[in-house]
Design a protein around this ligand. Structure first.
Ligand code: F6P
Length: 365
């Protein structure tokens, strides 16, 4: 009898999702009795009426590993544990539809689910696993903030995009004698910021792990500008904040949005620095979703493909409740519970931090 694996992509998209999907399908096709289905827009495809489930065959996935985004769509709103509903008065609340989700999957004849997603999605995976669902996790996010894996796919592509932005900002900053601030994504971790700051040669890099002291940044900038080099590049992570300040959030007016929306750290820093009268103009670039779009770099394609093959093999081994992970040079399986327990901050005693300090890069302290 044909067995069915259902794949879904949840949370913010990132380059490499299609490469995982393709690898799962290609690996499954090596088995005689497996079929792969895809749920459109994460769990919504299973819970919507009528449902939106597609068959993912060799033809559907041919060549998609080079494409950004996800061919089966995604969402970072709602989900089976907190499904938004509106009452007659127009007020929104949430309901838990996880039991119904499991019943629907049984009805569809699904034997196992592969959930490709970040922190929030893997929390859902763990809850569903505890309810008895045969589920495997695949870690994705440009933020690289999931622990238990050396890297998530999508991260290196985002670093390439951010580094390219730093390179471009250097030429215009130098021409105008300006301080240019680049705000990058990354949520509560500074991985994208620190990697692109080192790769691009920024003078200052501000990450959530080190609340910054404005006086120290001023000292660094004024030293540099006094030496006759009238420009500087600052890379700031969206989750960065001053020592006595709070993280900068934007209002999320979308119903069922899972996370608090970060943004505005770069603009806030510009206003803070203007008080010091450095004698040069300051401008801000917010890189935004460009970091999540486009074709995955070769590293992310390879990692995503390895994750896809390994995820399907975990189904064959019945290692449910596990997430595939990269533990250089191996692809391993870790309990999802372990992966979601700890947030992956940059270790302040790591080689990466030492390298930045060795370059006299100011980290805000
Ligand atoms: O988690 C990925 C990410 O791009 C974060 O870096 C960012 O804070 C968030 O998603 C943005 O979410 P949205 O696409 O909903 O604006």
């Amino acid at each position: 009898m044909t067995k069915r694996a259902l794949v879904l992509t949840g949370g913010g998209d990132c380059p490499g999702l299609n490469a995982v999907i393709r690898a799962i399908v290609k690996r499954a096709n090596l088995e005689k009795n497996w079929e792969v289905l895809g749920s459109i827009n994460a769990f919504d495809g299973i819970l919507n009426e009528p449902n939106e489930i597609v068959v993912l065959d060799a033809q559907k996935v041919a060549g998609i590993h080079v494409r950004g985004g996800t061919i089966i769509g995604t969402t970072n709103k709602g989900g089976p544990l907190a499904w938004p509903i509106k009452d007659n008065q127009g007020n929104w609340s949430t309901v838990d539809r996880s039991d119904e989700l499991i019943r629907r999957l049984q009805y569809l004849g699904v034997d196992a689910v592969i959930n490709i997603g970040g922190d929030g999605s893997q929390r859902i995976s763990q809850a569903l696993y505890e309810k008895g669902l045969n589920i495997i996790g695949v870690p994705k996010t440009i933020d690289n903030d999931l622990s238990s894996t050396d890297y998530t796919f999508g991260f290196q592509t985002a670093v390439d995009v951010a580094t390219d932005a730093v390179d471009k900002l250097v030429t215009t900053a130098a021409s105008h004698n300006r301080i240019l601030i680049l705000e990058v994504m990354g949520r509560y971790a500074g991985w994208i910021a620190l990697h692109s700051a080192i790769a691009g040669g920024a003078e200052v890099c501000l990450i959530p792990e080190i609340p910054y002291d404005l006086n120290k940044i001023y000292e660094k900038l004024s030293r540099r500008i006094n030496r006759g080099r009238g420009f500087a590049i600052i890379v700031i992570a969206e989750g960065a904040r001053a020592k006595d300040g709070s993280i900068s959030y934007k209002n999320a007016d979308e119903i069922g949005y899972q996370n608090k929306k970060l943004g505005g750290a770069g603009d806030r820093l510009m206003e803070e620095l203007k008080q010091f009268d450095l004698g040069v103009d300051i401008r801000v670039t917010n890189l935004g979703h460009i970091q999540r779009g486009g074709s995955p770099c070769a590293f992310d394609r390879i990692l995503a493909t390895q994750f896809g093959v390994a995820a399907f093999e975990l189904i064959l081994e019945k290692k449910f409740g596990h997430m595939v992970a990269y533990n250089y040079p191996n692809i391993v399986a870790v309990p999802i519970q372990e992966a979601i327990e700890k947030y992956n901050y940059i270790d302040l005693s790591s080689e990466l931090i030492k390298t930045a300090r060795g370059l006299d890069m100011n980290l805000g302290d």
